[in-house]
Design a protein around this ligand. Structure first.
Ligand code: ATP
Ligand code: MG
Length: 285
């Protein structure tokens, strides 16, 4: 598996039509990928420990997807490879009345991970160029001078500027679009309806958003192509097979953490000498 095959950093275009959502790379079955997944989760744990100790770079992982693509379970899986201390998950739902009183990046900015931490965004400011675009929600609270046909083009630019700013200030951004097919979404919705234990996962709005499938596909395509950059690339994850999406996501996160090369801080000579003194003191007790 080569993560470059799934990476969009501005050099090529993402086209939903030509994307195989059921791709599993060289893995045939879940079992084939599980060894790699376990290895990656172990590596993630050790790299995260160093990232936290070094306390310099932070990592922002953005999950975007159509409903039932497996965001929640993918996040749960990623979290299982990390020390909860130093990781946060933030869900972006319909904005609250307080959030609507501010610009669309305000709530995201408040939820950014601290240095040395990993922050996971379950949905993100990308909703402001996805659901907001598809449903034309921006018309409700902006002054007329800001609302014209170019508003989303401007937002793509603003997002690129914002992500560049974050990158230049110590935040690594990993953007994951879990891409499922319309048929797979139907199967998962039916399972949520037919299996009582899964009923709670289903909401009326899921069916309403599904009727806008094509509009969402276009919105994702435009947003991804306009915001694929070298400093904040998109990864489009084939998500029809949940087990494969987990292997690929873990591979991407490990790759970025390895690229950061976090190191345990090396103590100064004085601090090391002090440690020896403390050690001796304890042994002498
Ligand atoms: P699940 O996959 O379990 O349904 P979810 O992420 O869809 O999880 P929900 O509580 O069902 O969680 O939905 C959150 C909803 O909030 C989504 O429909 C999303 O489009 C919507 N939302 C997020 N941000 C915005 C925004 N800025 N404006 C309007 N709606 C938003
Ligand atoms: Mg939902």
């Amino acid at each position: 598996m080569n993560i470059k095959d799934y990476c969009y950093d501005g050099d090529r275009k993402f086209s939903p039509k030509n994307f195989n959502t059921a791709d599993t790379a060289e893995y045939k079955k879940k079992r084939d990928g599980s060894v790699r997944l376990m290895e990656n989760l172990r590596k993630m744990a050790s790299l995260q420990d160093k990232l936290y100790a070094e306390n310099k770079e932070s990592v922002l992982i953005i999950f975007q997807a159509m409903d039932a693509a497996g965001k929640d379970s993918a996040i749960k899986n990623v979290m299982s490879g990390m020390n909860p201390h130093g990781v946060s998950v933030h869900d972006f739902k319909s904005p609250s009345s307080e959030e609507l009183e501010h610009d669309y990046l305000w709530r995201a900015n408040r939820a950014l991970p601290e240095r040395g931490n990993i922050g996971i965004f379950n949905r993100s400011y990308y909703e402001d160029v996805l659901v907001v675009k598809v449903r034309q929600l921006h018309r409700f609270n902006l002054p007329s001078r800001c609302v014209d046909d170019d508003i989303f083009k401007r937002r793509y630019r603003q997002i690129n500027d914002y992500e560049r700013y974050l990158y230049e200030n110590g935040v690594r951004i990993i953007k994951l679009f879990l891409n499922i097919s319309k048929d797979e979404q139907k199967a998962r919705f039916l399972a949520r309806i037919e299996n009582q234990e899964k009923n709670w996962k289903f909401s009326d709005s899921d069916i309403k958003e599904r009727t806008l499938w094509d509009q969402y596909q276009t919105a994702y395509k435009e947003a991804i192509n306009a915001t694929s950059t070298s400093y904040a690339p998109w990864y489009v994850i084939p998500a029809d097979k949940k087990w494969f999406s987990r292997v690929l996501i873990s591979e991407i996160i490990v790759n970025v953490l390895e690229d950061i090369k976090p190191q345990y801080p090396v103590l100064s000579k004085e601090a090391t000498a002090l440690l020896s003194e403390h050690r001796q003191q304890l042994l002498n007790e």
